[in-house]
Write a protein that binds this ligand. Structure first.
Ligand SMILES: [Zn+2]
Ligand SMILES: [Zn+2]
Length: 317
């Protein structure tokens, strides 16, 4: 089946075990494990030299479509279709202290003079000063009062001005003061949400509008993980799943020459030879590749730092 073309596991399962669809995937996995251990003779390759590969990547931001109910997206896209209608997609940011959700983006003026909120452009990485942050009020940080007298009492941060109380059209991204008499766009039916503009300096929010937390850096962050953090979480989880080599086994020369495939799914069970106790990490081995020499150089110390419970140098903490 697989010689014809690559096939998803569940499809193989349905064909091999049509009578037990709910156990089909587990059945295929067991079959692969079995075939990886089965050798016609000691010196032969296993029936199925299986390896598992993961294709992963770091997230490049979290996104939201403010349709009803809102949809969270972990992949950058400009627009999202719901029930035949297209909605713009906004990028999300979050307060590190209270978890309040913000929209982050750039305000651009259209030819007919309205302001549109768009996702941060590629320029924003080098020149973040054009970025703006808008708090999405939720039930925890209270309803945005309609009465202007109540403005100052909104949330823990006092002094929300009328200019900061905005309404955002979720159909076209038009953004305008909440107290404006006319709608900022012609979208029908009008569908907008209230947002609170946060003060920024050089693209940083120093005071969270929801909880009042302050920082000389930024309290509100975009969901940009960077490759190192994602690879480190995966490497840690995989490393801990590798079975340790049995302590006390002596190296058998012929075992070495036979070239046991240490990357096969059953390497831990079949290839316990080759260890001299005691070994670092129980003799576990993990090889990590990178397509960038610089990434490889920086990742090794990074993983060491994140894996070790106490940092080697306190200043690294
Ligand atoms: Zn609109
Ligand atoms: Zn906060």
């Amino acid at each position: 089946m697989l010689e014809e073309q690559p096939t998803p596991l569940d499809q193989i399962g349905r064909r091999l075990f049509p009578e037990q669809p709910e156990q089909a995937v587990a059945g295929v996995t067991a079959l692969v494990d079995l075939a990886a251990q089965a050798r016609p003779a000691e010196d032969d390759q296993p029936l199925l030299p299986a390896r598992y590969h993961f294709f992963v990547r770091a997230i490049e931001g979290a996104y939201v479509c403010l349709c009803s109910p809102p949809r969270l997206l972990l992949e950058r896209r400009e627009r999202f279709e719901v029930d035949g209608s297209e909605y713009p997609v906004f990028e999300l940011a979050v307060c590190r202290q209270c978890g309040a959700a913000y929209l982050v983006g750039e305000r651009t003026e259209t030819q007919d003079g309205k302001d549109i909120l768009t996702q941060p452009g590629p320029r924003s990485f080098e020149h973040p000063s054009g970025l703006e942050f808008f708090l999405l009020p939720d039930e925890r940080n209270g309803e945005v009062p309609d009465d202007e007298d109540e403005l100052v009492s909104y949330g823990p941060v006092s002094g929300t001005t009328a200019e900061q109380r905005l309404r955002l059209c979720v159909r076209c991204g038009a953004i305008d003061r909440a107290d404006a008499i006319f709608s900022p766009c012609d979208c029908t039916p009008p569908q907008s949400v209230r947002v609170i503009g946060a003060k920024t300096r050089d693209g940083n929010v120093h005071v969270c509008r929801a909880c009042g937390s302050r920082s000389t850096g930024s309290v509100v962050f975009r969901f940009l993980t960077g490759n190192d953090a994602a690879a480190s979480v995966l490497a840690t989880a995989l490393y801990q799943e590798i079975p340790p080599r049995e302590i006390g086994d002596e190296v058998q020369p012929q075992e070495q020459q036979r070239g046991i495939d240490e990357w096969s799914s059953t390497a831990g069970a079949s290839a316990s030879g080759g260890a001299r106790a005691p070994q670092v990490g129980g003799g576990r081995q993990l090889l990590i590749f990178s397509d960038s020499r610089q990434d490889a150089a920086f990742f090794a110390p990074y993983l060491n730092r994140t894996y070790s419970p106490t940092p080697a140098h306190p200043e690294d903490a």
